[in-house]
Structure formats: C-alpha cells, structure tokens
Ligand binder design. Structure first.
Ligand code: MG
Length: 376
C-alpha cells in the first residue's frame, strides 16, 4: 500500500486520547478506535434504528447499521485512492450516526423540540456524547476514549453555544477551521450513500417510479446507458445497475476533484488542512449540482411522501409522550438513568431523559410506549 499523504492524519502527529493509554500491541490507534466503535452497544443498536423506513416495514430496507456500513465502504475506497488514513475514515463513518434517535429524522426533530428549553437535541453532537460519555465499557474512563481526530470527524457541525461548552473538538467551530480530510470525506460519503440507497429503498417501497427518477440528471444518464445496453433487463436489476453506476460516477468525481483541489492548494500537513479557508474534499460543480438535485427530489417525493408522514406522526407522538412521562417521573427509567437524573436540576434531568430516549431502538421505543402509555 502507498504511504500516507503528508496532509493525511497520522498517529505520530495526533492530538491523542483524552485519557492516556499504552499503545496496542498489534493494532494502530485508529484501527483500535474502529474496533471500539464496532464493539459498542450504540453500534449494535443501529440495526434496529430507522434510516428512512421503520425497521419492521420490511426486511430489505436500509437500517442505520447497513447505512453506516455503506458509508464506510465508500469512505474507505476514496481514502485509499487519496492516500488518506483508511482506518480513521472507517472509524468516523461507522460512528457518524451513533447518536441517532429511533425513527430517523422524525425522532430527532421531536426530541429536539422536547429539549428546546434545555439546550436542544442534535444527533451529531449526540454521536460525540455517545463515544465520549455514554458508553460504559472501560474500567478507567467514561466513553470509548477515542483519538482526537476520530472525535473531530464525528462532530460534523455544532452550534456556537455548544462549541463553547464541549472543549477541544468544539474549538474549530469557534476558530472557523476545517476538520481533517478523513472527517471531510466521511461527511460526503454519508451523503453519497443515502442519496443512492434511498433511491433503491424508495423504489422498492413503491413510493418512487422509474418515470419520476428519469427526470433526475444523475439517474437519467445511467438509465439511458443501461437501457441501451440491456434493453430486456427487468426493473429490479435495472435499478441496481443504475444505482451502482451512479455511486461510481459520484465517487470517482469526488476522488478526481479532491485530488485536483489538493494539487492546486498544496496543503503540507493536517494543520494546513485545518487552517484552510474551505474544505478540500468536494465533488466537481457539475456533479455536485446533480447530487443536490437528487437530494431535493428525495426530500420532496420520498421523505415527505404521505405514506411516510403517517409513520412520522406516530413516531413523533411516541417520542414526545415518552419524554414527557420520564421527565415527570424519572423512576420510570431504568435505575442507571434514574440515578443519573436524580439530584439534577430540570435541564440536567431533561438531558438524561434525552440520552435514554435517543438510545432506544425503534421497536424498544414502540414497546415501552405501549407498556407505559398504551397504543397511539
Ligand atoms: Mg448518516
């Protein structure tokens, strides 16, 4: 394998872990982070958390777990091609959604509304909270004690108020600096993964049609090519063939364009990357416009489809009613959460309840709601 580029994150120049630990015998430090993430409770829960479709709506839809795996494989491909740190990229990709609530964005928006008077709820910041504080796995420290660069990559965005409160990884928002390239890459790999797999899932669910999709330039170009070469192909295989070509188009463009950006602006170290006035990892203008067009299309026709909205309303009611119940009676939560909540002021109690509700899988939230409140 080629050596790391000078602008990649490397262990020797790392800002390290919050709690010092002896080096592992057979693994690099970022590999170790990746392994800690895979062994975490929050990671295992992703298999029962909604990406777009609630887990029980069908066995073949993406869950947050399979989404995260797809993000990681896209991120790793680009990382190797750009001579960036592959294990670090993988670790960030696998961890990026650890803080997601049950029921996807419906759950996150509702929990944010519940927390309005107590500092809000943001899934991205919650992912950092999971790896820094909430995982309880090690005798000597809270959380997973990940490397600075992994934590920096996980925290994609953050309000100025939160940035002031969270210390080291918040500083870059105050200084308006960039994250390392591996973090920049994980962020875009996320968007590439969902844009493409949501076309697949939306089509499978019967909420998107070929006719609609063909109005999207990214899709139309591949459709014409595949249809010309394989005119007899049935729809299911046609869609797969198109999506795999769409991913390839966007990822190849991302690698080529990022390489051009790096050659033009010549960062010599991760610090140059951090201090640059904008990100390096980016698609070309043309492909980016097509990618955004597809994203807007999915927003209009899939995420806010009336069939999805039914589930959205139900999910919001479950999250809100559970939140209200636990804040009014903290003893309804398991002892470890009730104990943490006890003795706190109102905001502190609300934060513990948000941690508890955010950690739930879809089906656990549904079961707890039914047990404690009854069917909605
Ligand atoms: Mg994601």
């Amino acid at each position: 394998m080629l050596p790391l580029a000078p602008f990649a994150a490397n262990e020797a120049d790392s800002r390290g872990r919050r709690y010092a630990e002896p080096a592992a015998e057979y693994r690099g430090e970022y590999q170790r982070d990746r392994d800690r993430i895979i062994h975490s409770t929050a990671f295992r829960r992703l298999v029962y958390k909604t990406q777009v479709f609630v887990n029980h709506e069908g066995d073949l839809y993406r869950t947050r777990m399979t989404h995260s795996l797809e993000v990681a494989q896209i991120g790793r491909t680009a990382a190797v091609a750009l001579r960036l740190n592959e294990p670090l990229t993988e670790a960030i990709c696998l961890a990026h959604d650890l803080g997601h609530t049950p029921f996807g964005h419906a759950g996150q928006d509702e929990l944010n509304a519940c927390m309005r008077d107590f500092g809000g709820f943001e899934h991205n910041l919650q992912s950092l909270r999971v790896v820094d504080e909430l995982e309880a796995k090690y005798a000597e420290f809270p959380g997973l004690n990940l490397m600075f660069e992994t934590r920096e990559g996980i925290l994609k965005h953050c309000s100025m108020r939160n940035a002031r409160e969270i210390g080291d990884v918040g500083e870059r928002f105050l200084k308006r600096e960039q994250p390392g390239l591996e973090g920049q890459l994980a962020n875009i790999a996320d968007a590439i993964a969902y844009n493409n797999h949501d076309v697949d899932d939306g089509f499978r669910a019967g909420l998107l049609s070929l006719e609609q999709l063909r109005e999207q330039p990214l899709f139309a170009l591949q459709y014409d090519e595949v249809h010309r070469r394989y005119p007899e192909l049935e729809d299911r295989r046609l869609i797969y063939e198109i999506i795999r070509r769409m991913i390839n188009t966007v990822v190849t463009d991302l690698i080529d364009n990022t390489r051009r950006n790096l050659e033009r602006r010549k960062p010599q170290s991760i610090d140059d990357v951090r201090k640059a006035d904008g990100p390096f990892v980016a698609m070309s203008d043309d492909i980016y416009a097509q990618h955004v067009s597809l994203k807007r299309f999915l927003m209009r026709h899939l995420y806010s489809h009336e069939k999805k909205l039914e589930m959205t309303h139900r999910a919001q009611a479950i999250v809100r009613e559970l939140f209200e119940l636990y804040t009014s009676d903290i003893q309804k939560m398991p002892a470890e959460f009730a104990d943490r909540a006890a003795g706190n002021d109102q905001a502190g109690r609300a934060r513990v309840v948000a941690d508890y509700v955010a950690g739930m899988t879809d089906r656990y939230a549904i079961a707890e709601h039914e047990r404690l409140i009854g069917k909605t």
